[in-house]
Design a protein around this ligand. Structure first.
Ligand SMILES: NC(=O)c1ccc[n+]([C@@H]2O[C@H](COP(=O)([O-])OP(=O)(O)OC[C@H]3O[C@@H](n4cnc5c(N)ncnc54)[C@H](O)[C@@H]3O)[C@@H](O)[C@H]2O)c1
Length: 342
């Protein structure tokens, strides 16, 4: 029996990339039900296609800023996983709305959940709150100097979560995932992430595009590991009031990433093209997950090269022709259409 067995769970943003994998993993923990609140801004019903076959899962297609809806739902919830967010590139072209969803909405939900007597609130923040690494690997005591409004708004959200714990003893945990990747990751529009975008280009016979010198690096964590980490936090009483990194502990540069994709694809004849750096692109992110391991026993399982192969094959065989995927990729997806770059 796990701690989540028989509980009523609510996942905001559960139709998104990480959220949908979290819902899949939660179902293995024996909850009584799982309510997903998602306005499908960047998520999709398709991400939950498997999970929705389970009668315990319900998708409520609503904006989580609608507090009347949330008050009703939270009245019948034991455990909240809060993932709903708008992403880093969105924050570059629409900082105000990004703040509204990532910071203000988090504050409102914490208040609403506290009034409803929720037993556990897991706030999913982001490694982007750190800014570029001042030392690596980065533990949770690393200074927080976010470089984007997204990172700043995520930091505000997690500060509100910690305040709810410190002021009222509300049982909150904050999780800081490092870059998640895997099946259902976004390649399209302003949600497009570097790995799936690179795979789309290579599948279409195009060379990878690298913004900057490619020596910027990330701690790429397989999304099933991220989901397991988030659940491990919810199940640990020692994690109440804590802020914990969830990462793989491996440093991968964008140049490495391009090389691995080209090698998995057998397309070693293609050479990456380097372009100007993206504004606000942090230089290095690498997790120290010692605290997480000590408190919850969590350790990542999926090696990067294996995860890249799985994603490459999933996208190749997913039914969408590479050209159709490429047409949905927005290069320079941090710029709002029609608005000139600063
Ligand atoms: N993907 C990563 O590498 C990564 C890394 C660190 C942290 N995170 C965090 O993990 C969480 C999930 O990210 P993701 O990568 O799955 O992104 P995603 O865009 O796939 O998921 C976010 C979900 O929130 C939904 N949403 C947005 N605004 C909403 C609103 N107002 N009401 C209801 N639903 C709304 C979207 O439709 C989407 O389904 C976020 O909080 C993000 O900050 C992600």
């Amino acid at each position: 029996m796990t701690r989540l067995e028989g509980t009523r769970v609510l996942v905001t943003g559960g139709a998104g990339f990480i959220g949908s994998h979290l819902v899949d993993a939660l179902l293995q923990q024996g909850p009584a039900d799982v309510v997903v609140v998602d306005d499908l801004a960047t998520g999709s019903r398709e991400n939950l296609a498997g999970a929705l076959r389970d009668p315990r899962v319900r998708l409520v297609e609503r904006d989580a800023r609608d507090l009347d809806v949330m008050d009703d739902l939270l009245g019948a919830t034991d455990v909240v996983f809060h993932l709903a967010c708008l992403g880093v590139r969105h924050s570059l072209h629409d900082p105000r709305e990004n703040h509204e969803v990532n910071a203000t909405m988090t504050l409102e939900l914490l208040e609403s959940a506290r009034r409803a007597g929720i037993r556990r609130f897991v706030h999913v923040s982001s490694s982007e709150v750190y800014g570029s690494a001042q030392y690596a690997p980065m533990d949770e005591g690393h200074p927080t100097f976010p470089e984007t409004v997204y990172g700043a708004a995520k930091l505000a959200g997690e500060a509100y979560a910690r305040a709810a714990f410190r002021t009222h003893g509300f049982p909150v945990s904050v999780v800081r995932p490092f870059n998640a990747y895997g099946l259902r990751s976004h390649f399209e529009g302003d949600s497009g992430e570097v790995l799936p975008r690179t795979i789309v280009r290579v599948l279409a016979g195009e060379p990878p595009l690298i913004y900057g010198d490619g020596e910027q690096s990330r701690d790429f964590t397989h999304v099933t590991d991220t989901a397991r980490g988030i659940i491990a936090v919810a199940e640990s009483d020692d994690a109440i009031g804590r802020t914990l990194n969830v990462g793989s502990g491996a440093d991968v540069t964008i140049n490495d990433l391009a090389r691995i994709v080209l090698s998995v694809a057998g397309a070693t004849g293609l050479s990456p093209i380097h372009l100007e750096p993206r504004p606000g692109d942090v230089r290095r992110l690498l997790a120290d997950s010692t605290a997480m391991r000590r408190l919850t026993g969590f350790s990542p399982r999926v090696a990067f090269a294996d995860g890249v192969r799985e994603l490459f094959e999933g996208m190749r065989d997913g039914g969408l022709p590479p050209e159709a995927m490429l047409a949905q990729v927005e290069e320079r997806n941090w710029v709002q259409e029609g608005v000139p770059r600063a």
